[in-house]
Design a protein around this ligand. Structure first.
Ligand SMILES: Cc1cc2nc3c(=O)[nH]c(=O)nc-3n(C[C@H](O)[C@H](O)[C@H](O)COP(=O)(O)O)c2cc1C
Length: 213
């Protein structure tokens, strides 16, 4: 009898053919190469989703889903509205955690560390890469709009769409780059336990340890 993979187990078991640097103890000395291997290339239009955790003024954690919109060897960027709660929280307390998960490959990356505002060029590039629908939303998805009826909201989007061949980047468009000082790569397994390799910034380099999944 073939065992049924339940939703509880889904995401814990990697495909048989997948490379497993964490399970096999082949994690590189520094995290950048693994980040490049697991994340899509910066110009890949298929962006991973992530959970972005921030801290409010009272020290209470907050979290929401965002698109990972840019990646380089030292940072991972998300883009949003400068007036949003997450943006206000990151300005007041410039730290965050980002969780990226790929259920199909039983992988997860957790990044923690300081955040800083993206450069103007980075913000423009991230906006240019957004789909047309997301570009339009960036301009019209306001709290004023949220209290209106659905038909009104749909009509507003249609009007804005018709009026802009090239949707403008709103003045409140903002990017934040998380510069991790800790990165953990998690790998599931079909037989043995899940395992992580955790990198912690150590002076100019990184220390690396294997920890339980
Ligand atoms: C699949 C998905 C992708 C999302 N991507 C983004 C994003 O890239 N940027 C963003 O600001 N909000 C994004 N959102 C909306 C956020 O989850 C959130 O509701 C919104 O940004 C307000 O968050 P805040 O009030 O904590 O600032 C996304 C939501 C979902 C479900």
């Amino acid at each position: 009898m073939t065992a049924q993979v339940t939703s509880v187990e889904a995401g814990n078991v990697p495909p048989a053919e997948l490379d497993r640097p964490v399970q096999d103890g082949r994690a590189p000395a520094e995290p950048a190469a693994l980040l490049r291997a697991w994340m899509p290339a910066d110009d890949d239009p298929d962006r991973p989703l992530a959970t972005l955790a921030t801290v409010d003024d009272d020290g209470v954690p907050d979290a929401r889903t965002v698109l990972v919109s840019a990646i380089d060897d030292t940072s991972v960027a998300i883009h949003t509205d400068a007036d949003s709660r997450k943006a206000r929280q990151m300005r007041a307390r410039p730290v965050a955690a980002l969780v990226v998960r790929w259920p199909d490959t039983a992988r997860q990356i957790v990044l923690r560390g300081p955040v800083r505002r993206d450069t103007a060029d980075g913000e423009r590039a991230a906006f240019a890469r957004r789909s047309r629908y997301l570009q339009l939303l960036a301009s019209i998805n306001s709290d004023d709009m949220a209290v209106r009826a659905r038909a009104e909201r749909e009509a507003a989007l249609a009007r804005f769409d018709a009026a802009h061949a090239d949707p403008p980047m709103p003045p409140t468009w903002a990017g934040f780059r998380l510069l991790p000082d800790e990165i953990a790569f998690w790998e599931g397994a079909e037989r043995g336990p899940s395992r992580r390799v955790r990198y912690t910034r150590d002076g100019a380099g990184w220390s690396r340890e294997y920890v339980a999944g």
